[in-house]
Design a protein around this ligand. Sequence first.
Ligand SMILES: Nc1nc2c(ncn2[C@@H]2O[C@H](COP(=O)(O)OP(=O)(O)OP(=O)(O)O)[C@@H](O)[C@H]2O)c(=O)[nH]1
Length: 605
Amino acid sequence: MNRELLFKQLGTLILLSVSLFLNAQNIPYQDFDQLLIKADQHKAASKQIFDEALQQLQNNRTQLSNEQKEFLDYLMIFNQAYDGRYDQAVEDFENLFNRVDSTFVKVRIQSSLSNLYAFNHNYRAVFTALQYVTTELPKLDDKELKHTIYLATANSYLLTDRFLLAREFSEILLKDNPNPFKRCRAMAYRQLADIKLNNIDTSEDKAVQDIIRFCQSQNQMAVSDLLALNWYEYQFKQLNEAASSESINQLIAAAENTCLDIDTKQFKSIIAGKEALLAQLYLAADDIRSAQDYAQSVVQDNNQLGNSEHIQKAYQVLETIARRENNFSLAYEYLSQRSDIERDLMTDSLDKQVAYASVQHDLMAKEIQLQQLSQTNELLKTQQALAAKESLNQKLIMAWLALMVGLLLFWVVRAIIKRRKLESLVEMDHLTKIYNRKGLEEHVGQLLIRKSGQGVPVHLAIMDLDHFKKVNDECGHLTGDWVLKFVVYHLKTNLPGGMMLGRLGGEEFAVIGHGFGIKTMLEHLELMRKRVKNLDYGESEQPISLSASFGVASSETAGYSMQMLLTQADLALYQAKRAGRDQVVVYQPDGTKIPTVPDGPDSEQ
Ligand SMILES: Nc1nc2c(ncn2[C@@H]2O[C@H](COP(=O)(O)OP(=O)(O)OP(=O)(O)O)[C@@H](O)[C@H]2O)c(=O)[nH]1
């Protein structure tokens, strides 16, 4: 017994697994997209195909991408609306809208919501949803989706009596070369809008019939029936009192021929429209019984506000029949019912107008706010631009000033350099390129001041070239010049550190030494004397031989006075000349001559 049960359970389990396996087929991603598109396309046309596609997608839900799942959720909720659960669908759509990421799905939700809100007479919400849709639509680059949205928008505008807008959206879609499936619906919507706008002549019957057939060929039965019924009603209204019974009968036949292939439960409103029209037509054809049957059917089955228009017409038929039968109390009852509905219809129509105006007003207010914001923004931008310009100007001024200061500094420095150069030129001997007397006075004067403060000895010697006149006389003045330069060049390039050479004038030079004692000074001078004497002046007609005499004074005897040093050195030089030239003599306060090299050849003594 237990074993039997076990086998049974095992069998059930195997069967379940097999059916699950069969249901959860491995379908590639792009095929899911195709399946979603298929479901989407048939959702308002064929419930069977729609249901099957949804079931298949649900079975494979785990394999779907996030966006595919979101779109499937959207379709599932749409299915609720399909089944007439409008309120639940609205709630679920609103929740889904807040949950999904995909703009594509968000736009679809708002588009469907706009239709559902219209069914629920929540017109403000209709126009707000449509506003969202039309704002977001340009962000999507999916042409098919755009077409779907144009259609849904046109439909919502039809439901809210904005017939011009409904026409406009149908036109936009038709101009964008839609597929036949959408083209037939767009043509039907445009035609419906024209009928409502009285924008069509009954002579255009063939064109309208073509559209009705086109919709049928695309399996768009509900739309086709809706257009047909509206068109027949329009034609009926255009008929005058004296219309032939033939034309009435033609319309009856045509109307009876509608709604044969649509789901009567799903499209209750269209069926009610058909019955209300037929009630009117049969009344016009004096077929009271049929008229009454149809009118009663409308009144009994359809007490929703969505069908008010049809119910109102049905009551009108019933009221006329009651009058004709002199049943005034019943006629009064029907009249009172009709006026209640007419009042509701008027309120509803007013609601639509107010909602549209209110959403438009909000939109305008937002636009004005935006304009104000952008104006403020413009103002800010102008201010920023001005500030930027100002700062640029300031920078330019600063740059200009810096340039001016730079130029000024350049000129000043150049002037100083020039002045220094000029000064140094004034201080230099132009022939020998060493300090002249002025330069010597300037620099030796400063040296003396500095060294006197430090107590460092300074020595000054006057070097005079012996018998230089002879060189001039014998070799010419130019040679004399050259000899002067030649002597100075050799002395200068071999001048020991701490010594300076300058030209006092003519063939007379000053040699200054500091930082060492007189003994060292005399040794240096001695070397200089020998250098002059031993210089090779080259061969010429009159061979040149030259010597120099040195008279030396020291700060030890003359102090740090330039004048005193020169005077004492001059006195010593005089002694050197007198002692025979070509020698170095140090000034002695007591007048004794102390030549360092007492080998002067032409002593005057
Ligand atoms: N070529 C040339 N000769 C100059 C220059 N300055 C002075 N002399 C000459 O130097 C000579 C100086 O002659 P004097 O004062 O008689 O002395 P000296 O011939 O050197 O004889 P002592 O000094 O007595 O040895 C003159 O002939 C001046 O013309 C100069 O710049 N160039």
